[in-house]
Design a protein around this ligand. Structure first.
Ligand code: GUN
Length: 284
C-alpha cells in the first residue's frame, strides 16, 4: 500500500477562508476578532510558532498583538500583563507560548488567563469541559487532528485509536476527542509494555512523542491511518515528525506529513477558537 498524504496546508487553506469570511461578516457589525500572543524568552522554535500565529491572524483579518518579553521576566510581571489583556475588550483570545522560563509557573499562567479568552483550552475549567464533552474551545493540536480526519471522511467510531503520548497539550485531550467520537482509545506512554504490539493493533495511530523516527513501519498495521504530531529538529536542522515517513508510507493507508501536516492545522484551529471567543464575547 502507498499512503494517501493528508495535506494540512490544503485543508487549512480551505478552513482559513471560512474563518476569514466569518470575520469579514463580523467586521460589518463592528467586531474584529483579536488575539494577543505572548512569547517569553528566546527559544527559536517558539519564535517561529509565534510569528506563524501572527501571520495567520493577518490572513484571517484579525486584530493581533504580540508581546516579546525577555527571558528574565518575573512571574508577577507576566501575570500583570495577562490581567491587563483579560480586561481589554479588543483582545478576545490570549495565548502564552509554552514552554516558559523556569522562574515562571506554567500552571499559574494557565490559570491566570480568563477561561473565556483561553483559546488554547489549557485552563482547568476548559479541560473539564473537554472531559464532559460540552466544550467551546478545543486544544488546537487535537482539534487539528480531528479536522483532518473529518476532511478525509475517516470516522473514529468503533476504530481502535492508539495515542502515543500523554501530555496535557496533545495526548490527553486527543484521547478525549477520539472517545467522544466513539473511538476505542488506548493511550500509550513511556511505561507502556509491548508498545509496538499496541501500536500495530491501531486503526488510527496518533504519534505525539516528540522523538524523531520513533514510529517505524513494523509498529504500523497495513492500511492504518497514521497521524504524526511530532515536530522535531534533526542535528542538521531539518524539521521531522515522530514517524519514519518513507517506510510507514508503504504500509499506512493515510499519513500526515511533517512539515505541512498537523502543525499548520494547529494554527488554523487557533483562528477558529479566536473567532468563537470573539462571537461569544460580543454576544455578552
Ligand atoms: N507550545 C507548544 N504547543 C503549544 C500550544 O499549542 N500552545 C501554547 N500556548 N504553547 C505551545
Amino acid at each position: 500500500m502507498s499512503a494517501t498524504i493528508i495535506s494540512g496546508k490544503t485543508i487549512s487553506a480551505k478552513l482559513r477562508q471560512a474563518v476569514k469570511a466569518e470575520a469579514d461578516a463580523l467586521r460589518e457589525q463592528g467586531i474584529v476578532p483579536g488575539l494577543a500572543v505572548i512569547l517569553v524568552g528566546n527559544d527559536p522554535a517558539s519564535a517561529i510558532y509565534v510569528r506563524n500565529k501572527e501571520k495567520a491572524c493577518a490572513e484571517c483579518g484579525f486584530y493581533s498583538e504580540k508581546y516579546e518579553l525577555p527571558a528574565e521576566t518575573s512571574q508577577a510581571e507576566l501575570l500583570e500583563l495577562i490581567e491587563k489583556l483579560n480586561q481589554d475588550p479588543k483582545v478576545h483570545g490570549i495565548l502564552c507560548q509554552l514552554p516558559l522560563p523556569e522562574q515562571i509557573s506554567e500552571d499559574a499562567v494557565i490559570r491566570a488567563i480568563r477561561p473565556e479568552k483561553d483559546v488554547d483550552a489549557f485552563h482547568p475549567a476548559n479541560v473539564g469541559h473537554i472531559m464532559i464533552g460540552d466544550h467551546d474551545f478545543v486544544p488546537c493540536t487535537p482539534a487539528g487532528v480531528m479536522a483532518m480526519l473529518d476532511e478525509c471522511g475517516i470516522d473514529p467510531a468503533g476504530k481502535h485509536c492508539v495515542v502515543v503520548g500523554r501530555s496535557n497539550i496533545v495526548g490527553k485531550p486527543m484521547s478525549m476527542l477520539l472517545l467522544h467520537r466513539h473511538g476505542t482509545v488506548t493511550v500509550c506512554h513511556s511505561r507502556t509494555k509491548d508498545l509496538a504490539d499496541v501500536c500495530r493493533s491501531a486503526d488510527i495511530l496518533v504519534a505525539a512523542v516528540g522523538r524523531a523516527g520513533f514510529i517505524t513501519a513494523d509498529m504500523v498495521k497495513e492500511g492504518a491511518v497514521v497521524i504524526d504530531v511530532g515536530i522535531n529538529r534533526t542535528p542538521e536542522g531539518k524539521v521531522v515528525g515522530d514517524v519514519c515517513t518513507a517506510e510507514v508510507a508503504e504500509k499506512a493507508a493515510w499519513l500526515t506529513p511533517v512539515p505541512g501536516g498537523v502543525g499548520v492545522m494547529t494554527i488554523t484551529m487557533l483562528m477558529q477558537n479566536t473567532l468563537k471567543a470573539a462571537k461569544k464575547q460580543a454576544a455578552g
